[in-house]
Ligand binder design. Structure first.
Ligand code: OSB
Ligand code: MG
Length: 403
């Protein structure tokens, strides 16, 4: 079933305001690429000439361990290239016009997505429409799961999973790496015989691991294996995919940056599911293109997360409202990540391991100014000149504390 995508009408921009926040996580999050204790949140507010604002959050991490971008490269590319690109279309800004203007800037999908997603929110709010509806989504509740970081011991992992299960999460994704995998996952399987168990290695395995992986994944009844090998190692992924039992999917996250990547993976038989993250692939238009191609090939997708606050989570929920998001997404309640979210009320887990898609215009939620102040480190503003064809503007910057 195809969903219609309607793009928002272009909006004349008045200003861009970006803020750098430091938000402590409720508990450290360990993956095969490192441990995160707090997240540096880049928040963007684009305001139109009529006073309406659109928001977005960048998914880049503090370090380039998950992918090549980090929060410093994003800010550099944003100030030096993306903001001027935005200024050139400021008279009539839309996601598609922005991406066309930014096309000659290679790579940097997280930086581009940061701008593109704010334009979606601004455009949707300006016409009073929920973003989920523009994206063609019809579902009001999204089935979600929780992504659990690597723990010190199997017993500790079982205790942590028990807490999430008690909160109502049905599908549990366990982060793994060589050496902290089989006995950890088997302990969880033994404690929760009925749980839907997924694993995510964030590229940590190599060719030498294929045999043992195929064996213990089958024995522990793991339903989905996410990004076991390096992002470009599609042949390894295809090799493992061939050896997984029926009912167990090889899922790609970091490997699928574009529709071309997905085409290559399809040709090789290296993909059974895709974790689509708009903030990672260059925004909602790119995410939808990947989603559409997967759908046309009968490949189920789901929406991943990057420990976003309620702002980034709301964009993800709007996308995941599409009915071809057939697998439970990594969109947990606010309290899984932050003691205090930037939005109020926070996202709460609903019946049947679900989150509700906001009904309001745009992403349907807004950052609470007092909360933003509390975690703010630095901010800067750019005013777009009114109806001037030249990419000139004025940047003002203020600092609070260290960066
Ligand atoms: O690989 O899916 C991932 C978090 C940060 C970076 C990469 C990943 C993740 C997660 C967390 O798994 C998902 C979430 O936001 O709940
Ligand atoms: Mg992943």
């Amino acid at each position: 079933m195809k969903e219609r995508l309607s793009e928002p009408a272009p909006v004349a921009l008045r200003s861009a305001h970006w803020q750098v926040l430091e938000m402590p996580l409720v508990r450290p999050f360990t993956t095969s690429f490192g441990t995160e204790r707090r997240r540096r949140v880049l928040l963007l507010t684009l305001t139109g000439q009529d006073g309406e604002s659109g928001y977005s959050e960048c998914v880049a991490g503090r370090d380039p361990y998950y992918s090549s971008e980090d929060t410093v490269t994003v800010e550099h590319v944003f100030r030096r290239y993306l903001l001027p690109a935005l200024a050139r279309i400021a008279g009539a800004a839309s996601p598609r016009r922005f991406l066309a203007e930014a096309e000659r800037i290679r790579g940097n999908p997280m930086a581009k997505a940061w701008v593109e997603m704010a334009l979606w929110d601004l455009g949707a709010r300006s016409q009073g429409t929920p973003l989920s509806r523009l994206l063609g989504g019809t579902r009001r509740r999204i089935e979600v799961g929780v992504s659990v970081g690597i723990q010190r011991s199997p017993a500790e992992l079982v205790r942590t999973v028990a807490q999430y299960r008690a909160q109502g999460y049905r599908r549990i994704k366990l982060k793994v790496e060589p050496g902290r995998d089989r006995i950890f996952v088997e302990a969880v399987r033994q404690a929760f015989p009925e749980a839907r168990l997924w694993i995510d290695a964030n590229q940590a395995y190599r060719g030498e691991h294929v045999d043992s992986l195929a064996r213990w994944v089958r024995d522990a009844r793991v339903e989905l294996v996410e990004q076991p090998f390096p992002e470009d190692a599609l042949r390894l992924a295809a090799g493992l995919a061939r050896r997984l039992p029926r009912g167990s999917l090889l899922c790609l996250d970091e490997s699928i940056r574009t529709t071309e990547d997905l085409e290559s993976a399809l040709r090789l038989g290296a993909v059974g599911a895709v974790n689509v993250k708009p903030g990672r692939v260059g925004g909602l238009l790119c995410a939808r293109a990947i989603h559409d191609l997967a759908r046309d090939h009968g490949i189920p997708v789901w929406c991943g997360g990057m420990l976003e606050t309620g702002i980034g989570r709301a964009h993800n929920l709007a996308l995941a409202a599409g009915k071809n998001f057939l697998l439970p997404s990594d969109l947990s309640a606010s309290d899984r990540y932050y003691a205090e979210d930037l939005i109020d009320p926070p996202f709460r887990l609903g019946p049947g391991s679900t989150l509700e898609v906001p009904r309001g215009a745009g992403i349907g939620v807004s950052p609470e100014p007092l909360r933003v102040r509390k975690y703010l480190r630095r901010e800067a503003r750019w005013k777009f000149p009114q109806a001037s064809p030249d990419p000139v503007g004025s940047a003002r910057e203020s600092s609070r504390g260290s960066s």
